[in-house]
Every structure is written in structure tokens, then in C-alpha cells.
Design a protein around this ligand. Sequence first.
Ligand code: APR
Length: 333
Amino acid sequence: MTRAMIREWDKASSKRCLWGGRVGREKITVVGAGNVGGTTAQRLAETGCYDVVLLDIVDGVPQGKGLDLAQSCTLVGSDAHVEGTGDYKATTGSSVVIITSGVPRKPGMSREQLLATNAKIVKDVVQQAVAVSPKAILLVVTNPLDVMTYVAYKVSKFPRERVIGMAGALDAARLRAFVAAELRVSVENVQAMVLGGHGDSMVPLMRYTTVAGVPLSEWLPKDRIDALVKRTQDGGAEIVSLLKTGSAYYAPSASIVSMVEAILKDSHKILPCATLCRGEYGVDQLFVGVPVKLGRRGVEEVVQLKLTSEEQAALMKSAAGVRELCSLVDGMI
Ligand code: APR
């Protein structure tokens, strides 16, 4: 057998079993090899469960990071195949495409300019990625999150099940971290639910935030709870002001991986994600953060929670902000 024959045999046998089902590691593409993308690729590669392609527009960066990451895998005992590239051909047949590509808001840049620039980037990325991975699930991370997820949905023409935005998982994780630190309990004891758009209009649902199954209101006075809610809403900004340049990436990448694992392990885990609402929660044809059940098909179900009139009003206000930005972006894509 020649080397080329062995390679071909290897490729075929590791991806397909005799009856046509998939065996071996699934391929995940991470677009954008910056802080969030690079850290996400690292976390995924280190699980050893997925092959990872890291793609960026800046020549050399994904290749260099990919090589570094591949070498690190030997030390953590991962056999994942990692590749850094600028060529979408290498992403062919990805099960999940994670989109972190974009530019941060620069001084003097208006919200509309940021929106236009990132919408163009996300549009271009989605067009190229879905051309070679038509069955992929798209996970969008680029900000402004809810609107960029809408762009990915419009451009890909994928069903809503396969276009998901990462926001609520991160916001809920931040709230859980603050609650656990305040009460000095394990993070595993804390459950939290955050709805709405990603940003200061998010709606943390404190009635559904529990510690060891007991509502938070039994553990903390209202003023402390309000302070934790405020800190969660400002969670991203707090980190930006500390870093001075750049924004958070450890918790965002961990949040993405939790979504990927729920999907590829078909765990039916309920997480708050930006999904296209079609009447759920009184929101129609708009991406906002709501609890969804994630499995191998992507969004399997939008979980309907009962909201108080106050919570519903806050969600509608948050959704109105997203709708305004979506109508702006409609003319740009
Ligand atoms: N195709 C591929 N990659 C691109 C493109 C493009 N068209 N345009 C920009 N990029 C890449 C940049 O070259 C850069 O490496 O996207 C990467 C973005 O990385 P960072 O600037 O480090 O940003 P990061 O901190 O990773 O955040 C990425 O996630 O949480 C959000 O608000 C955050 O929108 C931002 C995104």
C-alpha cells in the first residue's frame, strides 16, 4: 500500500462506518483566530473529542496558532487534528461552525459603523462557510450578538434550528459566578436563567435563579440581589474597563464549548441562547435570548417559562432594541 492509499483509507475509515453512519471525531471550524476564537479552539482541541479548524483572514495567524495548538495536544494527551488556515476548503464538512470574526468598537466609531463592518464580515464568512458545510450548525459569537445571529440566519438560509447565538450561556455563567462567590457555595449549586438581548438590556430571571434548588430570595436580601444583577448586566463592560484593550474571552470560550458539547453529545441540555423566536414569549421573527433545549439537531425546542408582567415587559423592551438594530442591518446585507 502506498502512503497516499493509506491516507485515503484512513480518511474514509475514520469518518464513515460500513452502514454509512459517522464514526471518529467530528470537525468543528472556528472562524476568527483572535482571543475568543483561539481560546475556543484550544478548549475544543484539548477535549480530544473533535477535530478543529481555526480560520482567520490575517495570513499566518491561524497557521501559527494552529501549529502551536497541535503541538500542545501531545502534552494533554489529545489526538485531535488541529489545522490553522485561511482557506475555507479545509473547513469542508464541518459539523459546527463557530463565528467569532469581527472588529471591536474603536474610539470614534459609531454603533452603526460597527454594525455595518461586522455585518459585512459575518455575511462574507457565512457565505463561504456554508458553501462547503451545508449541514453545519452555526454558532455566532460576534457582537452585536443578536443582530449578527440574524445576519447569519438570513445569509445562510438555514432553518432556525441550525443558527444559534451565544450570549445567555455566558450571562448566566457570570451570574452564577457572582452568586457562588457571594454565598461561598459551589458553582455547581447555583442555577441561573438570563433572557433577552446580550447587553445591558438583558433580563436576569431571579425567580428562576436558585442555590441548591432554593430561590435566591431565600438566601440574600433584595439590595444584594439587585447588586449582583447589575454586575451581571455590566459583566462584559467591567472586564473591558480592566483590560483597557480587548474584551473577555475565557468565559465566552467556555460558554461556546458548553453549547458545542450539548449539541454534539446530543445531551438535550437547556441553556439560554439567542434563537429565532416565532411567537414564543410574545416575540416574533427576532433573535433574542431564551431557554432552548440543545441537541444534535441544534435548537430542539424553545422552553417556555411563565413570566411575571414585569419580566415580560423587560423582555419586550430588550427585544425592541434588537429589532431596531435588525431593521438597520437589513439595508446593509
Ligand atoms: N474572516 C475571518 N476572520 C476575520 C475576518 C474575516 N472576514 N475579519 C476579522 N477577522 C478576525 C480578525 O483577524 C481577528 O483575528 O477576527 C478575529 C477577532 O479577534 P479579536 O479582535 O481578538 O476579537 P475577540 O476578542 O476574539 O472577539 C471576537 O467575539 O465576544 C465577541 O465582541 C467580541 O465581536 C467580538 C468577537
